[in-house]
Write a protein of this length. Structure first.
Length: 408
């Protein structure tokens, strides 16, 4: 892979990256350890959910035929808390006090909530007077397997395991699942002008923020950051950083700065033999670099402008990290919104505009682009909720026009 420049579309550049990404081998992990990871095989339920017929309300288990003419008084023959194994016999005109989640007696066909009885919970355990009948036979009963049957797929392969999905696995009796490990990422900012935040600024120097930005985005994407730092444009600092990343076991190195056509582009000069540099038809983020080291680390070269670096991460690095994990969907959710103010179009380049979302009117959310001249503002990017995608047709968008917004 050489250092030749070429002009490509966003989709073409992403495809060239994904073509060399090989997903990690799955590893089996207890479900207590898999939140945030990608599931690599469908997870079938080990048990029915619910595992038995149970009460959906606190109240009284009854025989539906006994409570058609209300008010009616029934003899209480049992008290059933959640977790009990008791299955009391219920004859005509008998009931059992029952709590939510407790197994339903075999003879019961409905549950009457406490609020539909004369004395409710305080009515004691000898007799209960039902004042309002259940709406139907089977009322307030959760039937065995009504949520999931044993063998049904609980979570599909390729999905990231949220807390809710992990809970669904646990409820279905699944003790462990195959997942991908977290990608290990190194983040390196380049530029002799960079100094740590808070240090005195000499003329021509700026605080370094890209490594924090890109490391944070990597962690939000589910990666483990194994190295973060910055290097000068001079010397062999970049090569040493690449070596340190390899020693730390990095799967990918994300570089910012040094990928343009200027005289001091350290990434181009140092890594031209293993990276390809392209001009991508996008704004911001036109100059891009990608390659891989001899030992297989993915190498991403992103622009130095913070907004351009972040947009480039979203379009190229995040999908590649998801592909390493075997995710089934590599993109962000997209929502069609109307613009709150006009935006100037551009021919030949797709624009990715950081937008806030105005939720003042619940019926019509609006995408709020930066004020004219503030498209690269770091503060504006910090307030953004997503990227509005403006096609490269050169047509200006007016307030009220619809645009697609990639949501964070």
């Amino acid at each position: 892979m050489g250092a030749q420049d070429g002009t490509v579309d966003v989709a073409e550049h992403l495809a060239s990256i994904l073509a060399v990404v090989e997903p990690f081998a799955p590893v089996d992990r207890p479900i207590a350890e898999v939140r945030g990871r990608i599931l690599r095989a469908p997870a079938p339920a080990a048990v029915d959910v619910p595992a038995f017929d149970n009460s959906a309300m606190d109240g009284f288990a009854v025989r539906f035929a006994d409570v058609q003419d209300t008010p009616v008084t029934l003899r209480v023959v049992a008290d059933l808390p959640a977790g009990t194994a008791e299955d009391p016999r219920m004859d005509a005109a008998e009931a059992a006090r029952i709590m939510t989640g407790a197994p339903l007696p075999t003879d019961a066909t409905a549950v009457v909530p406490f609020e539909d009885t004369r004395a409710g919970l305080a009515g004691g355990l000898e007799a209960v007077t039902v004042e309002r009948p259940p709406r139907a036979d089977g009322a307030h009963i959760r039937r065995r397997g009504s949520d999931v049957r044993a063998g049904d797929v609980v979570v599909a392969a390729g999905l990231r395991l949220t807390a809710g999905r992990v809970a669904a696995l646990a409820a279905a009796g699944i003790p462990s699942v195959p997942v991908s490990r977290a990608p290990r990422v190194a983040v390196v900012s380049t530029g002799s002008e960079l100094v740590p935040p808070g240090e005195p600024l000499q003329r021509g120097r700026i605080p370094e923020s890209n490594s924090l930005l890109l490391a944070g985005l990597a962690e939000e994407a589910g990666a483990e950051v194994v190295l973060r730092g910055s290097v000068d444009d001079q010397g062999d600092g970049l090569r040493r950083a690449i070596a340190d990343a390899a020693a730390a076991g990095a799967d990918a190195v994300v570089l910012s700065g040094g990928v343009s056509a200027g005289a001091y582009e350290v990434v181009r000069m140092s890594l031209g033999g293993v990276m390809r540099f392209s001009q991508v038809r996008m704004q911001p983020g036109r100059p891009q670099g990608f390659g891989y080291s001899p030992d297989g680390m993915l190498l991403f070269g992103l622009p130095g402008n913070p907004t351009a670096a972040a947009v480039s991460f979203e379009l190229f690095v995040r999908p590649a990290l998801s592909a390493l994990e075997g995710a089934s969907d590599l993109g962000r959710p997209t929502l069609a919104l109307t613009l709150a103010r006009s935006w100037r179009g551009r021919s030949g380049r797709t624009q990715y505009v950081p937008v806030a979302i105005d939720r003042t009117d619940p019926a019509t959310w609006r995408a709020v682009p930066p004020a004219p001249g503030a498209g690269g503002s770091t503060r504006g990017f910090a307030a953004a909720a997503g990227l509005a995608v403006i096609p490269p047709d050169g047509r200006d968008r007016e307030a009220g026009d619809a645009v697609d917004v990639m949501l964070w």
